[in-house]
Design a protein around this ligand. Structure first.
Ligand code: ZN
Ligand code: ZN
Ligand code: FE
Length: 748
């Protein structure tokens, strides 16, 4: 007696080899019927004996393909129609759009083997891929995910590829980006002036890198600039031409043994380096190699990634050295992703261009991750990780515009919160344009009809203005979300918390609800509301934004505000800058107040020997972390009185210790221990007041691996529920804004 079921599966089930898996399982279980992609995921009609149907459903949910993630599985009995075969039917675009776009996936072992097999027809073909690997998000123009809706549409399949594509038993069955040297994309080389060079690209790459030249390479999500990492003059040249003084560059190498030689690599870090997502992993340097000082100036860490595309594998196969691989852009503008833009704007930077003719539809930076203790922190959510989703307890649709710096956006629909890839710094009009384009695209992809639009509380943020304009043209209500509430809310939803929590939001800058600049807050909060329980005693930011880039201004500000001016004996005290800053502070001209821990780091870094202005966000704090003796257990004094953390004792002690000739490493180490002490004191005070609640850590300061380790390894904090944000910097803000907006509007 035959029975039949309609099975609906949602989640990451498109572009990951799910339909062929269903097809194979159906054949193995003697099931007839069909499978089809729809906007919600996959719909299966299955017919067979009761026993084989049960076996079929079990196998579907228990042994799905490596990249697939099932979020829901519903099965309804229906009337058998007498199907005689099991088939895959064309995708439909009718229905609700809940399917998730798959991120791009690094080349798989099978494809890698073929790539280096001289007998294979795709031998050394830089665009080899299959259902288990290859580009996804970066080539998608629309959903459902089919070849016609990707930038592979312009490459008609040759006979051999078409056979593989249509054969359900082949591992390239319905692999949308499938290609070969006969029918697929190709690599082209150009001179710095854009002229085509008719020579094999691998040879050009090898000779240019060996000669210390800079090569612009088109990858999966955009262009990179590459040079020999061991050639200090090549890296210096790249810095000069790119106008980037000290920001750390990432490295790419195919040699994991070499990585283990030059860096400390934990099991967790090794797993991340080798993961399908292949992020840049921030590793602690063990043995410095010649040239490293130009790659990560002043730091004790370096970002390394392994090759993730077949083209990278070939590039690293022909040279025996690590290469610098940094996003091709000017300053902090968005990464270049089209051939025309690259050739038009990078002529003065690159000596050679390696481009290809598969369009990058969606620009996507490399992800950057770090692994303090046993955590994985996403410092930049990009290729491989984004877009990423989590469940939320609401079906309302919110679009959130995120923060101005390190922007991402996020949206919710059908009970899922989706956070975007890294967009960039919105001070650039080009980044603002990209943000809007990407939001519009998500609206199109998922057929969104937003109920609310969320943005930062800061009235002058570019993203606030863009969000208001967006809301105005669509007639949407807006929800303004305080920056640090959003930081904490992001960590809260990432960790699936409920009820009230204690939130430590330590970062650079965020607009407070009292119009001062916040950044050192301890909140009692849930998603709907917060109260500012404890904060650092505010100090002036002399010159506003000018103080943000000048650690010296911050040191002067702290010492003056805390009444330690007399105790300071540094010659800088008598420099003209100090005089001007004192005047400003005395007259209270352009001296907004801040409780920022980021600025506290800046001041302490300056006191420990950081000189000059910061050339990128967080430079002084990263320098101070690198400077710190990690095993320094001694601390510095501070006072927690009422709702204030006062650092007068901390600075007074630092000045005394410095005068006594204590090393900067010891001072920096003590400062990190003192911050952990401050956190413990605040947490315990609030626990006494409100009972045992989870502690949540978020904000840019919690990218500091030393601080995280100090908190995570504290004996005295055993037994407390401690949660770190997996995306602590402002790239995590958008997800927090969505969560807060959903909670606030749930009551309406
Ligand atoms: Zn593959
Ligand atoms: Zn082909
Ligand atoms: Fe922030």
């Amino acid at each position: 007696m035959k029975k039949a079921y309609t099975i609906e599966i949602t989640g990451m089930v498109q572009g990951v080899g799910f339909r062929p898996f269903v097809w194979r399982t159906a054949h193995a279980c003697a099931i007839t019927g069909s499978v089809q992609n729809n906007p919600g995921g996959v719909v299966i009609y299955a017919e067979g004996s009761e026993e084989s149907l049960a076996h079929f459903s079990r196998t579907l949910s228990s042994s799905c393909p490596p990249l697939a993630k099932i979020t829901s599985f519903t099965q309804k009995e229906t009337t058998p129609v007498g199907a005689t075969d099991f088939i895959i039917i064309r995708s439909t675009s009718a229905g609700a759009y809940t399917v998730q776009v798959s991120p791009d996936i690094t080349v798989c072992d099978d494809c890698r083997a073929e790539l280096f097999d001289p007998a294979d027809r795709r031998y050394r073909y830089p665009f080899i891929n299959c259902t288990n690997c290859g580009p996804r998000f970066t080539i998608i123009r629309d959903l459902p995910y089919d070849r016609a809706a990707t930038s592979m549409a312009q490459f008609p399949l040759c006979r051999a590829c078409a056979d593989e594509y249509h054969d359900p038993s082949n591992r390239r069955y319905h692999a949308q980006p499938v290609a070969c040297p006969d029918c697929g994309p190709a690599v082209f080389a150009h001179t710095s002036r854009g002229a085509l060079i008719e020579e094999p690209w691998e040879e050009l790459w090898r000779s240019n890198i060996n000669a210390g030249k800079i090569v612009a390479v088109k990858g999966i999500g955009g262009f990179h600039l590459a040079c020999n990492a061991r050639d200090a003059s090549a890296t210096r040249l790249l810095r000069q031409r790119k106008k980037r003084a000290r920001i750390p560059f990432a490295l790419m190498t195919g040699n994991l043994d070499w990585v283990i030689q030059v860096c400390f690599v934990s099991v967790h870090e090794e797993r991340l380096l080798l993961s399908l997502e292949r992020p840049v992993v921030i590793l602690k340097i063990k043995n410095r190699f010649p040239g490293i000082e130009h790659i990560a100036p002043g730091l004790d860490t370096i970002g390394i990634m392994l090759p993730y595309s077949p083209m990278h594998l070939l590039m690293l196969d022909v040279i025996d050295m690590p290469v610098v691989m940094t996003s091709a852009n000017y300053s902090s503008e968005p990464m270049i992703h089209t051939n025309d833009d690259a050739l038009a704007t990078l002529g003065g930077v690159a000596d050679l261009f390696l481009v290809h003719n598969r369009d990058i539809v969606n620009r996507c930076d490399d992800s950057v991750a770090a692994c303090p203790a046993t955590l994985t922190l996403l410092i930049r959510p990009g290729r491989g990780f984004a877009p990423y989703g989590m469940s939320v307890d609401s079906t309302k649709q919110v679009v959130a515009f995120g923060a101005d710096m390190k922007n991402t956006f996020a949206f919710s629909h059908n009970g899922r919160l989706t956070a975007s890839h890294y967009i960039g710094d919105c001070e650039h009009p080009s980044t603002q344009k990209i943000l809007l384009e990407n939001i519009e695209q998500s609206i199109r992809f998922y057929r969104l009809r937003p109920d609310y639009c969320a943005h930062d509380l800061h009235p002058d943020y570019f993203t606030t203005q863009l969000a208001r304009e967006f809301a105005r043209t669509r007639g949407l209500p807006t929800v303004a979300v305080q920056h640090h509430h959003a930081h904490c809310a992001a960590a809260y939803v990432q960790n699936n918390l409920s009820g009230k929590a204690i939130g430590f939001a330590f970062d650079g800058t965020g607009y407070g609800d009292d119009t001062t600049v916040w950044g050192g807050e301890v909140l009692l909060f849930d998603l709907a509301e917060y109260s500012r329980e404890i904060h650092f005693t505010p100090v002036p930011l002399p010159g506003g934004d000018a103080a943000v880039t000048s650690p010296q201004r911050m040191l002067i500000a702290f010492l003056h505000a805390l009444g330690l001016w007399e105790a300071w004996s540094d010659p800088a005290k008598h420099a003209p800058l100090a005089g001007r800053i004192l005047e400003m502070m005395n007259a209270r001209i352009n001296c907004p107040l801040t409780s920022s821990v980021g600025r506290l780091f800046d001041a302490v870094a300056c006191l420990c020997g950081f000189t000059g202005d910061q050339t990128y966000d967080g430079e002084a704090a990263m320098w101070l972390e690198a400077c710190a003796a990690a095993d320094e257990e001694r601390s510095l004094p501070f006072t927690l009185a009422g709702n204030r953390i006062d650092c007068t004792g901390l600075f007074a002690a630092l000045l005394d210790l410095k005068k006594a000739g204590i090393s900067p490493a010891a001072l920096a180490g003590r400062f990190h221990t003192a911050l952990a002490d401050i956190i413990e004191a605040c947490g315990l005070a609030l626990t006494q007041k409100y009972g045992s609640l989870p502690w949540v850590f978020s904000g840019g300061v919690f990218q500091n691996q030393l601080l995280i380790k100090k908190i995570a390894s504290r004996e005295t904090l055993r037994g407390f529920r401690i949660y770190f944000s997996s995306c602590p910097n402002d790239s995590g803000i958008a997800a927090g804004q969505v969560a807060v907006a959903l909670a606030k509007t749930a009551r309406f």
